[in-house]
Design a protein around this ligand. Structure first.
Ligand code: SF4
Ligand code: SF4
Length: 286
């Protein structure tokens, strides 16, 4: 019959249109808000039109989603808190197709010899084509692809050239956005720690705990340590021992734990205030 194809096409369009309302009723406005609903939406059984009312509605991104790269910083090992996993080997900069990564290798201030840490790290995310080669080739799992895609800005000059401060995010962030991949990588490394730490443990005759979903989260992360440090700062300082003369006023311990030497004269493991300031700064710059 002449025009049958057009009628069929219109029927299919009408079915999609109608099913959209059925889908809306079924999910009651929760179509894109959680992983399960999102998977149904992405699967073969989904029905209806696919328009998303962005930015009111946002599609949850799948774990393998990649946008711009970021650098992993340590937030588990108290001895290396806040340190970059990057060793400034330069492989990512070499493999980057549009050549938008710049790295300045750090050097020892005394000897001037190069150290395996980046002094500066820049990625021009306006040039980055989100290919993920840098993350794929990094031998230290130190650079990963982020899920944050809302980066629009009116600044056409420097805002999208991300420096080390802007690029650095804790390992726990990577575990949150990509738990399956993070676990696979940890299994390949032989532990949740940085590969150098695992090697050092092996040399010392210790073995890192086999990575599992259960031991994925350490008892205290960087953020928790910083919160504990902040709570410690807010706690009123204890009253010092009474002096020998009863008439003399009671001296109080210094309010700042940084000002006071640690018990037994031992150096604190890390500068809590500096770490806290760093986290606040990172959050403010996000
Ligand atoms: S991010 Fe990885 S590949 Fe790039 S310089 Fe650092 S360690 Fe090397
Ligand atoms: S994702 Fe691709 S283009 Fe972007 S910095 Fe990495 S290698 Fe370069």
């Amino acid at each position: 019959m002449y025009g049958k194809g057009i009628a069929n096409g219109l029927w299919v369009t009408f079915k999609h249109f109608f099913n959209t309302y059925i889908d809306d009723i079924r999910y009651a406005g929760r179509k894109y808000v959680n992983k399960e609903n999102f998977q149904v939406r992405q699967g073969l059984k989904t029905q209806g039109a696919f328009t998303v009312q962005y930015p009111d509605e946002k599609i949850a991104v799948p774990e393998r989603f990649r946008f711009t790269p970021f650098l992993i910083t340590e937030d588990q090992d108290p001895a290396h808190m806040g340190e970059d996993w990057c060793t400034s080997c330069g492989i990512c900069a070499k493999v980057c197709p549009p050549q938008c990564i710049w790295i300045v290798r750090g050097s020892d201030p005394v000897t001037g010899r190069p150290v395996p840490q980046p002094e500066a790290f820049f990625i021009d995310i306006d040039i980055c084509m989100n290919c993920g080669f840098c993350a794929e080739f990094c031998p230290f799992d130190a650079i990963k692809m982020d899920h944050d895609y809302e980066m629009a800005s009116y600044d056409r000059t420097g805002y999208h050239i991300h420096d080390k401060q802007k690029l650095s995010k804790p390992l726990s962030y990577w575990k949150t956005i990509a738990p399956t991949t993070a676990l696979e990588e940890a299994v390949d490394r032989g532990g949740w720690e940085h590969s150098d730490n695992i090697k050092a443990m092996k040399k010392a005759g210790k073995t890192a705990a086999a990575p599992t979903k259960e031991n994925m989260w350490p008892s205290r992360t960087l953020l928790q340590l910083a919160e504990e440090a902040a709570a410690e700062q807010e706690t009123p300082a204890p009253v010092a021992e009474a002096p020998a003369t009863a008439s003399a006023p009671k001296a109080t311990a210094p309010a700042s734990t940084e000002a006071a030497p640690a018990a037994g004269g031992a150096k604190p493991k890390f500068d809590k205030q500096a770490m806290l300031a760093k986290i606040r700064e990172k959050k403010a710059n996000k």
